[in-house]
Write a protein that binds this ligand. Structure first.
Ligand code: GMT
Length: 375
């Protein structure tokens, strides 16, 4: 099958998921065409079945806001016709679903039918999409998609509650390649981070407000009072400065490292003992799933779809948003005893198997097959 994938090329979960999906489909023999404004960060290896088409947005003095959506729709038309694509799978509704609708209509005039599948990822619905500046276009373009998927039951329900959706939204959970995260910790790396064998706590995100990264620092402060420990922050974004300031205020700056954006998450997760995810909302929490695949238990909030992956008392713990006291206590419970910690680690790894790539990719293929019998 010849499949077009449209996504954000950045470190965000939707882009990561879309890229990993494309890579897995290519491994299975499908021809995959990525259409984005930059090479996706996880598209870092050569595969003869993968093609990358850059969306160029010409600037012009008149444009205060260069029309990306128009450039994207035109590139979709070009790539779909010139490569005779069988379907288009867009990740993140804004502006991908509406650009896909425009491309579909243009191609219809040329006698080509292109099925469009839209996968909703989270903030395209819960934050940005709900804004009345975008809502009518988001609602319309979701409804015009040939199939709609959401990455969790929670996101499906949120979408039904917030928009007038006339079609079925199918849930296809996010996935992880468990094998890829099955890595032995690099001793040298561990020694650099935790020279005295301290426990290593980890948070990875885009440091947006929704992640509540200061809560991560507060939880760590509680843990660090009782257990020799270090905290690693992976990623970057607007709230990083606030987390750094709080670390200094609490006298913890030497115990906390901000390592910025990193591609080799599997090497970093391999040295971690606990993953913290304190978000106001997560449609799914792919970062937490990747941690679990690496055998790292998770203390998270119970927001959004997190309870669909993190099992309270088994793979980690769930608390109400902002309850840093409780999350700190849960972290201590997990980290205080090595035998207990190992139980949580094993359970986290086992739970990740449910979302293994080998289980989820065939679900997408089955969905594609409904629109095109060319596998
Ligand atoms: O978490 C973010 O802010 C990035 C965002 C994105 O769109 O890339 O992530 C969303 O999609 C991920 C992949 O489906 C989910 O795992 C994240 O939970 C979701 N983020 C939110 O809902 C805040």
């Amino acid at each position: 099958m010849r499949i077009g994938i449209v996504c954000y090329p950045t470190f965000g979960g939707s882009g990561v998921l879309a890229t990993e999906l494309g890579k897995a489909l290519a491994d299975k023999g499908h021809q995959v065409h990525f259409i984005t404004y930059q090479q996706p960060v996880r598209l870092n290896e050569f595969n003869a079945n993968i093609f990358y088409h850059e969306v160029r947005v010409p600037t012009y003095p008149l444009f205060d806001y260069p029309p990306y959506e128009t450039a994207l729709a035109s590139t979709m038309v070009d790539v779909i016709s010139n490569n005779n694509l069988d379907l288009l799978h867009v990740h993140y509704a804004i502006p991908h679903a509406s650009a896909a609708y425009m491309a579909k209509k243009i191609l219809e005039k040329q006698g080509k039918t292109i099925p469009v599948i839209t996968t909703l990822h989270g903030t395209d619905i819960t934050l940005v999409g709900k804004d009345k500046t975008y809502a009518p276009v988001v609602t319309f373009s979701i409804n015009e998609s040939d199939a709609i998927t959401a990455v969790s039951y929670n996101l499906r329900d949120e979408t039904y509650n917030s928009f007038k959706i006339e079609k079925e939204i199918e849930v296809i959970h996010n996935f992880v390649d468990v094998k890829r995260f099955n890595k032995k910790a690099l001793d040298a790396f561990r020694r650099v981070i935790a020279p005295e064998g301290e426990r290593i706590l980890l948070h990875a995100s885009n440091f947006r407000k929704v992640k509540r990264v200061q809560d991560v620092v507060k939880i760590f402060a509680k843990v660090n009072q009782s257990i020799p420990s270090k905290l690693l922050f992976v990623g970057d974004g607007p709230e990083r400065g606030g987390a750094e300031s709080l670390s200094r205020e609490l006298g913890l700056f030497n115990e906390i490292r901000f390592v910025g954006k990193q591609e080799q998450m599997e090497d970093i997760l391999a040295v971690a003992d606990l993953f913290l995810l304190t978000s106001d909302y997560e449609s799914f929490g792919l970062a937490a799933l990747e941690a679990m695949a690496a055998g790292v238990p998770v203390v998270s909030t119970n927001a959004g779809g997190l309870p669909e992956i993190n099992i309270h008392g088994v793979t980690g713990y769930l608390s109400n948003v902002g309850d840093v006291e409780e999350m700190g206590n849960y972290a201590l419970k997990i980290l205080s005893d090595t035998e207990e910690l190992n139980k949580y680690k094993a359970a986290a790894k086992q739970q990740a198997q449910i979302f293994d790539i080998s289980r989820i990719i065939p679900i997408y293929e089955k969905l594609y097959n409904r629109f095109c019998q060319c596998i």
